[in-house]
Design a protein around this ligand. Structure first.
Ligand code: GDP
Ligand code: MG
Length: 602
């Protein structure tokens, strides 16, 4: 196939605006699935996706379509629709020359529409603005066209209208893809080079990759190598995804294909596969490194599950290159892993996939964000070359005397809300240490507000709170705004004067009193009464900011049973013994394991 007949595109939209439904219609129209097939939302393959109605993994489908007697190869790259997954969106977008920007004609432009639009702009992609759900009686295409014009300067005449549900306008949309989106700017004359936009693991065939071919041709049996190492590999598997695999013998520049080099053949996202003759000097990597915004400890529910969980995490991490995994251990929770995620939904989906796909039960600690510090004398810190350190765990924080500057990650948050909630939204954002940016008019009833916010203030429950104060009407999305100077301290928790390492947190000075009070109060609720009185203190650099006391029990639980009912007493002791397994003991105080998981959640 010549590259003039190839179109690589993606559908981008706010969640629920109809991407998956539209993808199904495109698949039907190109004969991949029969109309009305039960297997709807073909591209949402994973169980989590079906349950949550969100697309997690980007999956591609190569479609044939004949237009004016010419057959085109249209590569639809389905992209995930949630803020957390923007990494996957970015990855798949590097293979695209255009996007269908889908907007619900009833709901109108939402925060994520703004985010995906600016992503497409940044990547110089052709945008096909498309209104969906025009079949709805409350659809208001003119209002949404006005929104598109006022926010993105999109001319109303260029906007298409479809109903993905009813199939209206879908043929015209497909033809717009052919007419408006340019063919891939590639050359098939030079050496073979492809970059990997996705990988997954196959039990028998090893790592399979989704590759976008930048130049040259690839054939089964061809000798290739990964840019990351120089070992010679052989192309063993080559297929189009329609979205079912359709084996092919060769592929050419501009195509998006599945490639595999066998069980030992390797392959990872962002790497490049090149022909053996490819000159090393010519490589320019086009991938942006992943930034982990949220970290959490992952531990097995009990020891016997440790190995199983470890393997499952390893496999999932291979399938989801956006996570980072490092070994971690905690006196309370045992051996585990510290896992970096793009955001909270990412973390949630990861845990759910562990359970569903690998039957591994995991315990997750409360999420935290990475901080950065500049140390005064770099020599004081072991293992670090520069004077900047990224801290993903509060205990890594050096002595405050050695710290010159603190930085915390910020985001630029976009909120689209009906005007009547502007006051409530402003209060929420200011309360979360946000600084407002100028807002924009969306239409007469809606406004787009933007704030610079510390990430630590939104990772836990910002989205839920925003939804509840706006009756569900506001939408939120954020983009990375980098590290900025901050004033932070490490707050420790002491139980009867003994430090409990797992409960240390990094907090902003303005939130110190509040966090200290909240944490000690919560611990008082969660730690059961014991034989001794327990003093709970929140401490920063030796100074106590909050204190609670748990009074002691007067008697042994079983004392009153002495000489009485033996079986009952045995049963009680057995229960206590079992309970002990799930306890961590600090200074003779027994703390239930789940305390460590739950106390830091809001
Ligand atoms: P996604 O999150 O963008 O993938 O959205 P989905 O394709 O899952 O669609 C979200 C919801 O909108 C589903 O309940 C669809 O049935 C519904 N939907 C999608 N397209 C249309 C449409 O054209 N008309 C109507 N009435 N509903 C639609
Ligand atoms: Mg979907």
């Amino acid at each position: 196939i010549e590259k003039e007949k190839i179109r690589n595109f993606s559908i981008v939209a706010h969640v629920d605006h109809g991407k998956s439904t539209l993808a199904d219609r495109l698949l039907e129209l190109t004969g991949v699935i029969k109309p009305g097939a039960e297997q709807s939302q073909v591209l949402d393959q994973l169980q989590v996706e079906r349950e949550r109605g969100i697309t997690v993994k980007a999956v591609t489908a190569s479609l044939n379509y004949t237009y004016e007697n010419e057959t085109y190869l249209l590569n639809l790259i389905d992209t995930p629709g949630h803020v957390d997954f923007s990494n996957e969106v970015v990855r798949s977008i590097t293979a695209c020359q255009g996007v269908i920007l889908l907007v619900d004609a009833n709901e109108g432009v939402q925060a994520q529409t703004v985010a995906v639009h600016s992503l497409a702009k940044r990547n110089n992609l052709t945008i096909i603005p498309t209104l969906n759900k025009v079949d709805l009686p409350r659809a208001n295409p003119d209002r949404v066209k006005t929104q598109l014009n006022s926010l993105f300067h999109i001319e109303p005449e260029t906007v298409l209208s479809v109903s993905a549900k009813k199939g209206w306008g879908v043929k015209e949309l497909l033809e717009a893809v052919i007419k408006r989106i340019p063919p891939p700017p590639v050359s098939s004359d030079s050496h073979f080079r492809a970059h990997i936009i996705d990988t997954w693991h196959d039990k028998y065939r090893g790592v399979l990759c989704l590759a976008y071919i930048h130049s040259g041709n690839i054939q089964i049996g061809q000798s290739v190598r990964w840019m990351s190492d120089s070992k010679q590999q052989t192309v063993k598997y080559l297929a189009l995804l329609r979205p079912k695999e359709e084996p092919i013998d060769e592929a050419t520049a501009g195509q998006v294909v599945m490639v595999g080099c066998g069980p030992k053949g390797g392959g990872s996202v962002g790497d490049q596969l090149v022909s053996i003759e490819f000159p090393t000097t010519e490589i320019n990597s086009s991938t942006t490194p992943v930034r982990h915004m949220v970290y959490a400890g992952v531990f097995s529910a009990d020891k016997s599950q440790h190995t199983l969980l470890g393997e499952a995490i390893k496999k999932l991490a291979l399938n989801d290159s956006a996570v980072s995994v490092k070994p971690d251990s905690s006196p309370a929770l045992g051996q585990g892993w510290r896992v970096g995620f793009l955001g909270l939904l990412h973390l949630d989906v990861f845990t759910q996939r562990l359970l569903q796909e690998y039957k591994a039960e995991a315990i997750l600690t409360a999420p935290s964000v990475p901080y950065k510090i500049k140390v005064k004398g770099a020599k004081l810190i072991k293992h670090y070359k520069g004077d900047e350190i990224i801290i993903t765990n509060p205990l890594q924080l050096p002595d405050p005397h050695n710290i010159a500057e603190y930085y915390e990650p910020f985001v630029k948050g976009t909120i689209i809300t009906p005007v009547e909630y502007i006051g409530a939204v402003t209060t929420l954002c200011i309360d979360r240490r946000g600084s407002p940016l100028p807002s924009s008019v969306v239409d007469e009833n809606n406004t787009m507000m933007q704030f610079i916010l510390p990430l630590s203030e939104i990772v836990v429950d910002f989205h839920d709170t925003l939804k509840s104060i706006t009756a569900g009407f506001a939408s939120f999305d954020y983009e990375d705004y980098g590290f900025h100077k901050s004033v932070l301290v490490r707050m420790d928790i002491l139980l009867n004067g003994t430090l409990v390492e797992e409960l240390s947190t990094i907090v902003h000075v303005s939130r110190l009193e509040y966090s200290a009070r909240r944490l000690t109060e919560k611990l008082k609720e969660m730690i059961p009464r014991q034989m001794v009185q327990i003093a709970i203190q929140a401490v920063v650099s030796g100074k106590v900011y909050s204190r609670e006391t748990i009074k002691a029990y007067r008697k042994d639980v079983t004392a009153k049973l002495y000489g009485g009912d033996v079986t009952r007493r045995k049963k009680l002791l057995k229960q206590q013994a079992e309970g002990k397994k799930k306890m961590r003991s600090v200074a003779n105080i027994k703390i239930p394991r789940n305390t460590f998981i739950d106390v830091l959640k809001r």
